[in-house]
Ligand binder design. Sequence first.
Ligand SMILES: NC(=O)c1ccc[n+]([C@@H]2O[C@H](COP(=O)([O-])OP(=O)(O)OC[C@H]3O[C@@H](n4cnc5c(N)ncnc54)[C@H](O)[C@@H]3O)[C@@H](O)[C@H]2O)c1
Length: 349
Amino acid sequence: MHDIRIGLIGCGGISGNHLPQIEKASGGVIHALCDIRPDRLKAAGDRYGVPEERRFTDYRDLIALESVDAVDICTPNNWHVPMAMASVDAGKPFCVEKPLGLNYAETAELLRRTQEKNILSMICFSYRFMPAVRYARHLVDEGFIGNVVNIYAQYLKSSAYMPGRRLDWRFDKDIARYGVSGDLGVHILDLTTFLAGDVTGVFAQIGTAGPFRKREDSEEIAPVTTDDWCHFLARFAGGASATFSITRAAYGNRNHIMVDIYGDKGALRFDLNDNTKLEVHRPDMKDENAMEILTVPEEYHAGQQQCFIDLLHGKKDIYLPTLEDGVRMQKMLDAIMDSAEGNIWVDIK
Ligand SMILES: NC(=O)c1ccc[n+]([C@@H]2O[C@H](COP(=O)([O-])OP(=O)(O)OC[C@H]3O[C@@H](n4cnc5c(N)ncnc54)[C@H](O)[C@@H]3O)[C@@H](O)[C@H]2O)c1
């Protein structure tokens, strides 16, 4: 089969991660680009050598272009489902950024339509591609830590305090729906459920660090309507109990991601800023206070966009994050919102 010709929509922050990966990947090429902002479209188009006639400001034109084989959706959250639906309607495979959508219902409908038309897809839960996470999954499957008892997951950033930051889409409920819960939390939720199975209930608290910001296009002050911090207690189907601490209001943390998983036979710890290493503890280690640092073997290294391209060539990665995973996470995110709003424990069916 020829190289997969990919059309990418949304030439903002995360495209700076997808585009170089596609450029480097084998079996796929950057074929067309779309952004509503002409400056971003031009910058990405010039950088990756995409000719003017394959640069679009309306995503429907990109999807309709016959030579586009697959679509890569990198826009804010409110556009994920409509753009993925348009891909499905055009019979084209797609990968889509996280969270999958704005609520469980719309993502479940997307899944139904995608399955009905037998369209290949992937959700970009990027942490699934980190070597430490993949190696941890291998160790869990081998019984290295036994049954998971407790999980402590932290994702701390200071991005709410970025000097001069205005009310961009991440602070606007109508566009993002979720704040850090869906932006950062969904990553560690996917990663922990990937290793420890489904979450069956949550009790969450959410809040904002700064309730008002200046709009992006004027000096008007408007309310922040998404969460700057989200803390929750979770129960897993296998019986494990977990705490999650997620915030963009933690000075001193550019991007701190730490996950500890304790089982009845051992422990795993990740610091995902150094994701080629995995810390482990086994009961036979002399120092009960020590963690051994393992360097992850080469076979557990993988690239997200390469895996998407491979999928379209008929080679599915064994740990590929699927649309079903996206829908499961959406159910959990909605339960987190319901719990925080009602100040109640919410069971997840
Ligand atoms: N997987 C990860 O680790 C990761 C990291 C960062 C962001 N993301 C996700 O990627 C998505 C984008 O985030 P970002 O940080 O790149 O945002 P961004 O604001 O930097 O970029 C989004 C781009 O989409 C464009 N856009 C908006 N509406 C559009 C439309 N209707 N048609 C075409 N283009 C449109 C904007 O002009 C902008 O250039 C979000 O869903 C976010 O959650 C994922």
